[in-house]
Ligand binder design. Sequence first.
Ligand SMILES: Cc1cc2nc3c(=O)[nH]c(=O)nc-3n(C[C@H](O)[C@H](O)[C@H](O)COP(=O)(O)O)c2cc1C
Length: 357
Amino acid sequence: MLRTPFYDPLKTYEDNYEHGPFGDFADDSEVAIGEPAFDFLGEKITYPLGIPAGPLLNGKYVTAAFKKGFDVPVYKTVRATEFPCHPFPNVLSVKVDGDLTLEKAMKPLTADNIYSEPLSITNSFGVPSRPVPTWQSDATKAVKTARKGQVMVMSFMGTVKENQTADEFVADFAKAAEFAAATKAKILEANLSCPNIGNEGLVCYNLDMTRKVVSAIRGAIGALPLILKVGYYKDDESIEELAGIAKDYAQAICAINTVAAPIVDKDGNQALPGKIRLKSGVCGHAIKWAGLDMTRRLAKARAKVDSAFAVVGCGGLTVPEDFKEFRDAGADLVMTATGAMWNPYLAKEIRERYPNA
Ligand SMILES: Cc1cc2nc3c(=O)[nH]c(=O)nc-3n(C[C@H](O)[C@H](O)[C@H](O)COP(=O)(O)O)c2cc1C
């Protein structure tokens, strides 16, 4: 059942940042979580479930997620410099008939403000970031609101700038990692599913660049556990190469981010205003096939490269049964963004349905 979303799509990002979270997610009541029974990257947790980078805009959201029984909330991706948000709107409901296959994602999808099940949405923020001291002090406080058996992850990324060299981009990414580590978060996440230097692709699809970035991050953060957040890969060779990079420098891979598609309104016009916003990331139910597929293939690649990194399954979990599918696919930890946004009781429902995970 869809409830009041904790991020209100009818309000601006600023409004949500200042006044959210909304609905029952913000009511301060605590879901009982029991004793730690699982290990995630050296941290003891009570249940292998979290909210991935994005919907938890600041410490207030992270604290609410802890209270609602999501043991591994990720603080929304931050940057080494202040960065603006894309213009409103930033979230819309997307109508998809069944799975959003890569073929279907070539054609326009219609979006509006009517949210219904099975729920799929598009989100388009451009990864805004407050000034470094602002997010650092906020995140430092949020880390401490974890209950026993819970842990916050801090997500960060590099910023593409005009006339920047590849080395400068890598250095900026490492700087963001260093700033993120200073919050005392026990686990960090590199958002590699973000724009690459020089072309419009994503860092994670350029594996030479990915290796350079991840190696520089490792140099900047010492021994802190690191998750690599990536998109969907079509070919197994790339997944194996990524697994090799994780083996050398990281402790987990989280997949997937979103599947991009052209988004239009009911009249067929671009739905999100702005030059680079015809295509936007789709998440929620329609991409579950891709999240599950990547989970399975990452688990296989891990065995092939003889590594021990954790697989974090993400994408399309909106009802409790989806959690089981991700676990059966080989996810060590499962994350839900869209599902949690519209159901503050999702962690409670999953824990009740699958007490042993
Ligand atoms: C509102 C919103 C904001 C997001 N922002 C980020 C972000 O800042 N960094 C990131 O790595 N992923 C971001 N994502 C992607 C999610 O982490 C996740 O990978 C994606 O939504 C798929 O999961 P889902 O189907 O459960 O929503 C965002 C997603 C949503 C819904």
